[in-house]
Design a protein. Structure first.
Length: 273
């Protein structure tokens, strides 16, 4: 095994380097991108590195191998001060992006024969995450798996699981569990989320539906009655105002008649004089 840093490997590597450099060798896989002048410059740079450092371990990071203490089993490195990146530049890559899964819109009851849709939210660091796959299994009240499938990626971190009427029609009454298994592309760690729902008989469902409709209608009828009462009160107030106005008009007409009689009497008396 060749050692890039020390020992009898170094002369062998130096001879190989001289031969390859003289031929200005370019790997066939890189010939499309590396020109002859590029290769010549790289071979020369590696020769300078070997001449200065005394080994062939060329690294590309913030540290360079300096030398080894074979007796103490230690390696020594020196800092490469021209390294262009700060220490925290790679932190986003080092952070494991494990998805967080939560129910977004899920039914609490399912009726046999009617479709049911479960929507789940997948996020990473609070933002919607699409680079994931979600599968699910359906477990009945006895703990047996009665269904499985793949969730649909709707985008924006939303995944949808749709059970058709045929699938729900095969379910018996009881408490069921929908278990989702989500795996992100950037972190191969599965994340599970359990959703519990109850399968209710059709009759109970329709009874509940009728009761809800009755409650809604009762509320609307009550609102209409309140509106009618308010309108009746307004009409009564307007009638009272009209009656008061009519009384005022009658009084004014009576006063006008009296004034006319007084005026006539006054004219008659003045003519007698």
């Amino acid at each position: 095994m060749l050692d890039l840093t020390k020992g009898t490997s170094l002369p062998i590597l130096a001879d190989a380097h001289a031969d390859l450099s003289a031929a200005n060798y370019i790997l066939p896989e890189l010939s499309e991108w590396v020109t002859a002048s590029d290769a010549s410059a790289r071979w020369a740079a590696q020769a300078d590195f070997y001449s200065e450092m005394g080994h062939f371990w060329v690294s590309a990071g913030p540290w360079m191998f300096d030398h080894a203490d074979v007796d103490a089993l230690q390696l020594f490195f020196s800092a490469f001060r021209e390294y262009p990146y700060k220490a925290d530049v790679w932190e986003p890559i080092l952070t494991v992006k494990i998805p967080e899964v939560a129910p977004l819109s899920v039914p609490t009851t399912v009726v046999p024969g009617l479709s049911a849709t479960f929507e789940m939210s997948v996020t990473v660091f609070g933002a919607g995450y699409d680079r994931a796959s979600m599968k699910y299994i359906l477990v009945d009240p006895r703990g047996e798996v009665v269904g499985a499938g793949q969730a649909e990626n709707l985008g924006g971190g939303t995944f949808s699981i749709a059970l058709t009427g045929g699938e729900t029609g095969a379910l018996s009454v009881g408490s069921y569990k929908l278990i989702t298994i989500t795996v992100g592309e950037e972190a191969a760690k599965p994340v599970t989320e359990d959703i519990t729902f109850t399968v209710t008989p059709e009759l109970a469902y329709f009874q509940t539906l009728v009761q809800e409709i009755q409650a809604q209608l009762g509320g609307r009828i009550g609102d209409l009655e309140d509106t009618v009462d308010a309108m009746s009160a307004t009409i009564d107030n307007q009638n009272a105002a009209l009656a008061a106005a009519a009384n005022t008009a009658n009084m004014l007409m009576a006063l006008a008649a009296v004034s006319l009689v007084v005026a006539i009497v006054a004219v008659a008396l003045s003519l007698r004089k």
